[in-house]
Design a protein around this ligand. Structure first.
Ligand SMILES: Cc1cc2nc3c(=O)[nH]c(=O)nc-3n(C[C@H](O)[C@H](O)[C@H](O)COP(=O)(O)OP(=O)(O)OC[C@H]3O[C@@H](n4cnc5c(N)ncnc54)[C@H](O)[C@@H]3O)c2cc1C
Length: 479
């Protein structure tokens, strides 16, 4: 057994791995990433943006503006083609953000670099063995790294998941589509089209947003999305595959040539049976894959990371028992299971026949009705403290738990947790507004987890606070 090279090793520097590394580094954990790609460059477009909740968690770390300043704010939430306007949600980010994944990764990687995380680029994790005190990870360059914990953020084909022997039950694909960026001799009609074969679309890669409208630039490559007649093979798709799919759907391939890239996506839907095996955990696509409908994969991967990061940090530091890690699976597995269900339903509603269209229209009508949208997340209230005004999210920038006392200053004593939990006396000047419930009376105090969820609300007389502190942030330090 050798000395650890890091407290935590992450396989994969995609969005999930980058976010997790930042969370751990903020918590003072020695974390390193092993990444197959030689640079952060990404072939293909993949995710098109961020949903409101992801923007909120980035805001909790003080970096939302880095993304907002580069993307296009829009109402992007929806289901099966029905837009859901969230502009009445009580959040500062009542919208989504259009921003391609290569930019999201570049910005995240820049933040990770500021936090001085080591990234071993251009090499793969090829296997691991774990014992009672750590994990030895074999790399493709023959080296081996040891860490207390290993997290597989290595995408849908995750080697870490397979090597851990974690089952990945679910459903094989029923449909596949090709995505590509190509030059074309003839100009197709730009935009999204539906016909008997399904959905296909063409869009100029180069465009500008003027007064909220997309204005395409002349010339340059065209982004293509086309549904294949039959589920394509798992091999890398070619220009010929694209040509055949276009001819089948449009009667012509528009003289495609000079591809920048061609890729295939399917509605394969699978989820890891367990997010943890001993000292090995899974997050992001390594834990769940599904159709891209609704643009959710990257978003839930980043949110997995925010749920796991602070818990793993506390377990590594020894402030919390290992059992805290079980709450990661307990909280995040059902969420991805819902996303899997939701995307499967959305894919079914994509079918072009009249009966499915009737179902789609009915769903659309039903979605127009109000439904309760509940959550237990801390609203980003405006506060006044002895040091002046600030927002709740500002208190979460360093990814540490906060006991927010809105009652009598000095009313709480949490000395046994003072090394871990930031106690702040404040007055709330704004309104407490919760989805579906509307304006509610502010509680005397709230215990906020680093991921922004509320662990406890109550007042001085409430005996539940020590329990909540112990459950989430470890046992009290002896006096
Ligand atoms: C067409 C399409 C459209 C999409 N649109 C959206 C969208 O609009 N919104 C959204 O939220 N999501 C979308 N997604 C999903 C999104 O792209 C993924 O969910 C997201 O990339 C997952 O991030 P990740 O970090 O978990 O995995 P990945 O992005 O797959 O990253 C895994 C990383 O691990 C590295 N790696 C793999 N194996 C190893 C190894 N053995 N050792 C070391 N490194 C390794 C890889 O090089 C990669 O960098 C879309 C996906 C597709 C295909």
């Amino acid at each position: 057994m050798s000395m650890p090279d890091a407290d935590v090793l992450i396989a994969g520097a995609g969005p999930t791995g980058l976010m997790l590394a930042s969370e751990l580094a903020l918590a003072g954990i020695d974390v390193a990433i092993v990444e197959r790609r030689a640079s952060q460059e990404l072939a293909g477009s993949r995710a098109g943006g961020l949903h409101a909740r992801t923007i909120e968690v980035l805001d909790q770390r003080g970096i939302a503006d880095r993304f907002l300043s580069e993307g296009q704010v829009a109402q992007v939430a929806g289901f099966a083609g029905t837009r859901l306007d969230i502009s009445d949600f009580p959040t500062r980010h009542n919208y989504g953000l259009g921003l391609w994944q290569n930019h999201i990764e570049r910005i995240l990687a820049g933040w990770v670099a500021e936090l001085a995380v080591t990234i071993y680029r251009g090499r793969e994790a090829t296997g691991f063995t774990q014992d009672e005190t750590g994990v030895d990870v074999a790399l493709s360059d023959g080296q081996s790294l040891r860490a207390d914990y290993l997290v597989g953020c290595d995408g849908g084909r995750s080697l870490i998941r397979k090597a851990a022997g974690i089952a990945f039950p679910g459903w094989d694909p029923t449909t596949s589509s090709l995505l590509a960026e190509v030059e074309m001799a003839e100009q197709p009609e730009l935009g999204i089209h539906r016909n008997a074969f399904g959905v296909h679309s063409f869009g100029k890669v180069k465009y500008e947003i003027r007064d909220g409208e997309i204005v395409y630039m002349d010339g340059g490559p065209v982004g293509v999305m086309v549904t294949e007649q039959h589920v394509g093979p798992t091999t890398e798709p070619t220009l010929r595959d694209l040509s055949e799919a276009l001819i089948a759907v449009c009667g012509t391939d528009y003289g495609i040539h000079s591809p920048t890239w061609v890729s295939r996506f399917t509605d394969m839907t699978r989820q890891a049976a367990s997010y943890r095996k001993g000292r090995v955990l899974l997050a992001g696509d390594a834990a769940h894959v599904h159709a891209p409908d609704g643009g959710q994969g990257l978003n839930i991967g980043v949110q997995d990371a925010v749920n796991l990061g602070w818990k793993l940090a506390q377990v590594v530091k020894g402030t919390s028992p290992e059992s805290l890690l079980d709450s990661y699976h307990a909280e995040r597995h059902p969420i991805a299971a819902r996303v899997l269900r939701n995307t499967m339903a959305s894919v079914v509603l994509r079918r072009p026949d009249e009966r499915t269209k009737a179902l789609r229209d009915t769903m659309s009508e039903l979605l127009g009705m109000d439904e309760p949208r509940r959550r237990r997340r801390m609203p980003d209230l405006d506060l006044v403290t002895a040091d002046g005004p600030l927002r709740v999210f500002t208190l979460l920038h360093d990814a540490r738990p906060v006991l927010l006392n809105l009652g009598e200053p000095g009313g709480f004593d949490i000395t046994p947790w003072a090394d871990r939990v930031h106690l702040i006396d404040a007055k709330c000047v704004g309104r407490w507004e919760l989805p579906a419930l509307g304006v509610v009376t502010a509680p005397t105090a709230a215990l906020i987890r680093p991921d922004g969820h509320v662990a406890w609300v109550g007042d001085h007389a409430d005996l539940g606070l020590p329990d909540a502190l112990t459950t989430w942030f470890g046992p009290p330090t002896a006096a």
